[in-house]
Ligand binder design. Structure first.
Ligand code: ZN
Length: 270
């Protein structure tokens, strides 16, 4: 990405009116606020509401989503959790049945990584600063039968300690996530919310902002399936026992400042 354009992405946060979002041609950098546009037409006062991905970006979102899915299939679920960006780009180029990323798709992924999500209500901290940052295999350990990795040191020690104190009914549901993995999850979420960036980022951090990239992990109850990622997890015995452990810290408490939903399953390690 050209330096000038890159800087422009970084400045997004200081420009926040719907009028500017609308006037600018660089649509992803200044997503359109549908509600405010409607309000303008109906001559109602501007109301703060959800920010959407511009519809012109949908096709690119879909093609990137599909390629990331194929790359994950190519390298396997476990390996995809720690894959670097350059590696992913190279697999798209050379892997069987996948096509190389186009310039537009690469630029879309750069925008998704570098833009400022505070424009749609996400206020978390950046946990990485370059799209091509790598996770070294030496820094992580694979947790058997989970498809996930954990960082060596405090993270894996916390997990082991929890297993010992709570028992074998707890399971690691998500560990280390590389920037590419978080990008895939975020793009899937944007698609699922039909482009609603405000809604997407309440349940999933944008790719430069995930603490999974540097140490946090998610815990669940064995056999509880998708419910592990809902507030129902807070009603399990496993959670109640977890709350009694002094060394456990929750990242996303109720009404947290990051603008993320309540996540009782997400363990803070840093
Ligand atoms: Zn998490």
């Amino acid at each position: 990405m050209e330096r000038r354009k890159f800087l422009k992405y970084l400045q997004v946060g200081s420009i926040s009116t719907a009028a500017l979002h609308f006037a600018n041609n660089d649509l992803f950098a200044y997503p359109i606020n549908r509600h405010n546009l409607d309000a303008k037409i109906e001559k109602k006062p501007l109301i703060t509401s959800d920010i959407y991905l511009p519809s012109s970006q949908y096709e690119i979102l879909k093609s990137v989503k599909n390629k990331l899915k194929l790359i994950q299939r190519h390298v396997g679920y476990g390996n995809f959790n720690i894959i670097g960006f350059d590696k992913a780009v190279s697999i798209a180029r050379w892997g069987r049945g996948i096509k190389r990323f186009t310039k537009e798709e690469l630029s879309f992924m750069e925008s998704i990584y570098y833009y400022d999500p505070s424009i749609h209500g996400f206020f978390g901290q950046r946990t990485s600063h370059s799209l091509t940052e790598l996770i070294s295999k030496k820094e992580v350990v694979k947790i058997p039968r989970t498809g996930h990795y954990l960082f060596k040191g405090k993270t894996v020690e916390t997990y082991t300690h929890m297993k010992k104190d709570i028992g074998n009914t707890i399971v690691l549901t998500s560990g280390v996530r590389s920037i590419v993995k978080q990008m895939k999850l975020y793009i899937d979420k944007i698609d699922k919310t039909k482009g609603n960036l405000s809604k997407a980022s309440k349940s999933l951090a944008p790719p430069a902002f995930s603490y999974h990239t540097i140490g946090d992990f998610d815990i669940g109850k064995k056999g509880f399936g998708y419910s592990n990622f809902t507030s129902r997890f807070a009603l399990t015995n496993e959670f109640l026992r977890m709350r009694k452990l002094k060394y456990i810290d929750m990242r996303y408490t109720i009404n947290n400042k990051d603008g993320v939903r309540y996540e009782p399953w997400h363990i803070k390690t840093i």
